[in-house]
Design a binder for this molecule. Structure first.
Ligand SMILES: Nc1nc2c(ncn2[C@@H]2O[C@H](COP(=O)(O)OP(=O)(O)O)[C@@H](O)[C@H]2O)c(=O)[nH]1
Ligand SMILES: [Mg+2]
Length: 220
């Protein structure tokens, strides 16, 4: 048991050293970096596609895609009009800081741009790995049930913003959105929360304003 804990803490320590290097690189190039985390299918890629469509005239956007296999999401992002690099994690259930360092080397984002990382769909493992991002955004959708924040508290506690996606489906599902918001606040009292539908743009202006305000790179 002691050995297992030691190996885990060494892995995290090594990751954190690279995350610090990433942070310095992002600072030096005035990049604003968001790490999007969620369970599979909550709508991360759809949200990024819509964000590119609506913000590409205001800021350069680059995307790092993480999935266990395939380049499907990077292809979707390129179609939406942004440069993207796909990372396949193979057996790993999360991105790590070295993945991001290598992806940024390939992407070479121009100074003063927005970099969006789509992490592997998983509400547990990615919470432990600092990628050097400025802020972390957790997405849940209304088809996932109200209780995810209290079942997977580390993810919600380590995030700066929670987007509740697919609100267009609220009339059709058994889902109490206010209960979800209460659970979010139970885990993290000052968690920013927004309700959106990436599919049709509902509520997305608030999300864009949040990115503009937090990054200071453009105005809405
Ligand atoms: N109704 C509805 N469906 C959505 C919304 N956002 C995403 N989806 C759908 O949810 C599914 C998974 O979306 P995707 O973006 O691939 O999720 P990811 O796995 O988190 O990247 C797709 O069928 C999307 O069309 C939304 O706001 N409303
Ligand atoms: Mg995706």
């Amino acid at each position: 048991m002691a050995k297992k804990i030691k190996v885990e803490s060494n892995i995290l320590k090594k990751n954190n050293l690279t995350a610090e290097e990433n942070k310095k690189y992002f600072r030096d190039h005035n990049l604003f970096v968001l790490n999007l985390v969620s369970s599979p299918g909550s709508g991360k890629t759809t949200l990024i596609e819509k964000t590119i469509e609506d913000l590409q005239n205001k800021i350069d956007i680059y995307v790092i895609e993480g999935d266990q296999q395939t380049s499907r999401d990077a292809e979707r992002i390129k179609k939406a009009g942004a440069e993207a690099v796909q990372i396949n994690t193979g057996k790993a259930c999360h991105l790590n800081a070295v993945n991001i360092k290598k992806a940024v080397d390939k992407l070479k984002p121009s100074n003063n741009s927005l970099v969006i990382i789509e992490n592997v769909g998983n509400l547990i493992c990615p919470s432990m790995f600092d990628l050097g991002e400025n802020l972390r955004v957790v997405i849940i959708s209304v088809t996932e049930g109200e209780d995810k924040p209290i079942k997977y508290p580390n993810m919600f506690h380590s995030s700066d913003l929670c987007l509740v996606n697919k609100i267009d489906l609220l009339p059709f599902v058994e889902y109490d959105i206010e209960q979800t918001l209460d659970y979010c606040r139970e885990v993290k009292r000052d968690l920013d929360i927004m309700k959106v539908a990436a599919i049709n743009g509902e509520g997305m202006q608030k999300w864009y304003k949040w990115i503009a305000d937090k990054s200071g790179l453009f105005k809405i």
